[in-house]
Design a protein around this ligand. Structure first.
Ligand code: PGA
Ligand code: ZN
Length: 421
């Protein structure tokens, strides 16, 4: 049973405070987790409780920490640590709002994950093995090479220019290939002008004039690294279109131009013709279901159309999107759902519909590797963590390498994926 719950303020990759929770069982097993934090957030996702005011730009989490140490702690003491659903139900009862206005999504997600880790520790197994005894594959990595959008001062409109190794079925080889591409694109950028550092998730700063230039660099980088674009490694984009959609129109800062929906979808569809793209996330805004449906109808047969802001890791929204044909792949973020149980339900809803699944980090991250446990434990198809630099990102990739070693080397999830076939 749960004998103690304790929260503290720790720091994330943006230098902002976040919530860490320790859950201890009566037998002395410890589970620990830290809440991540997004920047380009869907309006329907669980919200972090922030202190506001002048200190730390208003990003303090003292109230969220207090909520864990008082109301959540008293409600969970004595609960069965292995009954994740019952624990998460208690959190739901304390704060029934899906956006977690009262307790804070940062308080609930760190608590819920810490309980999961404590249950695994009590059994003496790693958390991924607590979720599935014998995983048959590891998630395929999808890794950012160039950042953009809200993660790079809107220097370009698109948020993530990523690659997916599609030929290899080994995690170590996949990471090596991506690191080669990261180096090659860095060299190409340096040759064009001064090095400008990295964006929020460790990808190269988008020192380019527009989105197409980043796509060109990415394709060239794959070649320069010695690979065949579209054969060895392919491109994946997170458009994060909610950030520049307004009333079904799309305003591209980099071009100082507003596109009508159909024109915008033509631009994106044209990129699918011109570049080796295999996945595209949030091509239309979260409030533009027509755009999501039209894009999926047109391109869902050839690429993964990934819903992030549009479905915010909610089983009901996924079922609606399935019925509407609004995407064919679910992005799964545990802090959008607020608890492990709601996240698992969302993942299962996507699977039940035959969709592919991508377990994802947030732009604000820490050394916490809980999402690797979830991705391996739930046998997700893809893991999205940001780039292959900076420890809050590499903590996750390195954990995948260790798990692979423990399992004696298991293949990556097959490609092409469900949604694209
Ligand atoms: P966020 O971005 O964590 O800043 O919301 C990640 C994403 O949009 O996938
Ligand atoms: Zn996204």
């Amino acid at each position: 049973v749960i004998a103690d719950v304790r929260a503290r303020e720790v720091w994330d990759s943006r230098g902002r405070p976040t919530v860490e929770v320790d859950v201890t069982t009566a037998t002395g097993a410890l589970g620990r987790a830290i809440a991540p934090a997004g920047a380009s957030r869907g309006s329907a996702e669980a919200t972090d409780l922030r202190d506001g005011g002048d200190l730390l730009g208003g990003f303090g989490v003292r109230r969220a920490v207090d909520n864990v140490n008082t109301v959540i702690r008293s409600a969970l003491l004595g609960a069965a640590v292995e009954d994740q659903t019952a624990v998460d139900n208690i959190l739901d009862e304390l704060d029934p709002s899906p956006t977690r206005e009262a307790l804070g999504g940062n308080a609930t997600v760190a608590t819920s994950l810490a309980v999961l880790h404590a249950a695994a520790a009590a059994r003496g197994v790693p958390t991924w093995r607590h979720l599935t005894a014998n995983p048959t594959h590891l998630p395929r990595p999808q890794i950012q090479i160039i950042g953009g959008g809200a993660h790079a001062a809107r220097r370009v409109d698109l948020q993530d220019f990523m690659v997916v190794p599609i030929a290899t079925d080994r995690i170590d080889e996949a990471l090596t290939q991506v690191a080669e591409v990261y180096l090659a694109v860095g060299a190409l950028l340096l040759a064009r002008g001064p090095a400008l550092g990295v964006a929020d998730e460790g990808g190269h700063w988008p020192a380019v004039r527009n989105n197409e230039e980043a796509l060109e660099l990415l394709t060239l980088g794959i070649e320069r690294a010695g690979f065949v674009p579209g054969v060895d490694l392919a491109i994946s984009l997170d458009v994060a279109a909610s950030e520049f959609e307004d009333g079904g129109r799309y305003r591209l800062e980099s071009e100082d131009r507003v596109y009508e929906r159909s024109d915008w979808l033509n631009v994106l569809s044209g990129w699918l013709d011109s570049y080796p793209i295999v996945a595209i996330e949030d091509p239309a805004g979260e409030h533009d279901p027509v755009g999501m449906r039209d894009f999926t109808k047109r391109n869902g047969g050839r690429v993964l159309v990934v819903g992030d802001d549009y479905i915010v890791t909610t089983a009901d929204r996924i079922r609606t999107a399935v019925a509407d044909g609004a995407c064919n792949t679910a992005l799964i973020k545990v802090n959008q759902a607020g608890t492990v149980t709601h996240t698992r339900e969302a993942h299962a809803a996507a699977r039940a519909a035959g969709w592919s699944t991508i377990v994802s980090a947030r732009s604000g991250e820490t050394e916490d590797t809980s999402i690797v446990d979830l991705a391996v434990g739930w046998q997700a198809d893809i893991l999205k963590v940001g780039s292959i630099t900076r420890s809050e990102r590499t903590a996750k990739w390195n954990e995948l390498l260790r798990i692979d070693e423990v399992l004696g080397g298991i293949p990556l999830a097959p490609f092409p994926l469900r949604g694209s076939s």
